[in-house]
Design a protein around this ligand. Structure first.
Ligand code: UTP
Length: 292
């Protein structure tokens, strides 16, 4: 029997974004722009390209701007129309026509696992994707579309993975296992944020997941871990005892845009790739480099 299709995605966006204070005091981290597109819109483009029809955004206090961004803006639309500039939002509205968005509130930031569980009712009993918008991935085909292919081949949960410097293992969930295909391993071990000396490998989980609905049971069973938060990795470890999980080393470039350095790298590289700005920005950077 064919695997059920992945039709829904959860975007956890209720974190406090403390690494970006003061910018994130009243502005959601997910609304920070890379050149002129907010991080969360890149995430929406990626899931739509992977065939997803429904997105559940988990928000919290101070995140209203996300809902406004993905809505009509009567005053602005009218003004743009009157001034012959409505093309400025064409791509955004075309994207919104292809997906249905719902919102749930996470009343307290009790961790990524808890945020994912807030989407349970809207997802129901089917496989779903989880996308962390602050992990920006530049890839062709887009990362989630690559992962859907792995899910279709194996019919089980798939996490996106990337090699990291050994000293960085303490920032990620780390996996190890047996290779089962190109860039794919069947996970045998998974550890949340291990010290480099205890890490089973340097293969880190990054912010894209395709998960079976049984994961929700494991989140509900999970006891709060580090800092009273319910970690997604802990629930994945429990799921691994029941079902296979695959890790897929996607092709593409990932930017940790929730971190200042990663955000700046993404900004520079997306600006260089930008059709309108790229040439001028490259010249500017060359001049700047020469003067350093
Ligand atoms: P992060 O730890 O990267 O985000 O969580 P954060 O907590 O917002 O940022 P810092 O570390 O304080 O700077 C990863 C993702 O999980 C979401 C965040 O919004 C982010 O997309 N998240 C995290 C929630 O939705 N709820 C939570 O309780 C925690």
């Amino acid at each position: 029997m064919a695997n059920p299709p992945v039709r829904k995605a959860i975007f956890p966006a209720a974190g406090l974004g403390t690494r970006f204070l003061p910018a994130t005091k009243a502005t959601p981290k997910e609304m920070l722009p890379i050149v002129d597109v907010p991080l969360i819109q890149y995430a929406l483009e990626e899931v739509v390209a992977a065939g997803i029809e429904e997105v559940i955004i988990v928000t919290g206090r101070g995140k209203r701007a996300i809902e406004d961004h993905f809505d009509l803006s009567f005053e602005l639309d009218y003004f743009l129309e009157e001034n012959g500039k409505s093309n400025l939002l064409d791509a955004t509205y075309a994207l919104l026509d292809r997906v249905q968005i719902s919102y749930v509130r996470q009343r307290q930031p009790l961790g990524l696992g808890h945020a994912v569980a807030c989407g349970r009712r809207l997802v129901g009993d089917e496989p779903f994707a989880v996308v962390l918008a602050d992990d920006l991935i530049y890839a062709d085909p887009p990362c989630l579309a690559q992962m859907v292919q792995v899910y279709e081949r194996h019919g089980a949960s798939v996490v996106a993975a990337q090699r990291v410097e050994p000293v960085q293992t303490r920032r990620y969930g780390i996996v190890d296992g047996e290779p089962v295909g190109e860039r794919t391993i069947r996970v045998r071990t998974m550890v949340e944020k291990p010290e480099p000396s205890e890490a089973p490998s340097n293969l880190a989980i990054v912010g894209r997941y395709i998960l079976t609905p049984e994961l929700f049971d494991e989140i509900e069973r999970a006891a709060p871990g580090r800092g009273g938060e319910i970690q997604l990795t802990d629930a994945l470890v429990a799921l691994l005892a029941r079902q296979p999980i695959y890790a897929y080393e996607f092709t593409g470039i990932r930017y940790d845009a929730g971190d200042k350095l990663g955000f700046l790298q993404a900004t520079v590289e997306y600006a260089l790739r930008n059709e309108e700005l790229g040439d001028r920005f490259r010249r500017y950077l060359k001049g700047l480099m020469a003067s350093l």
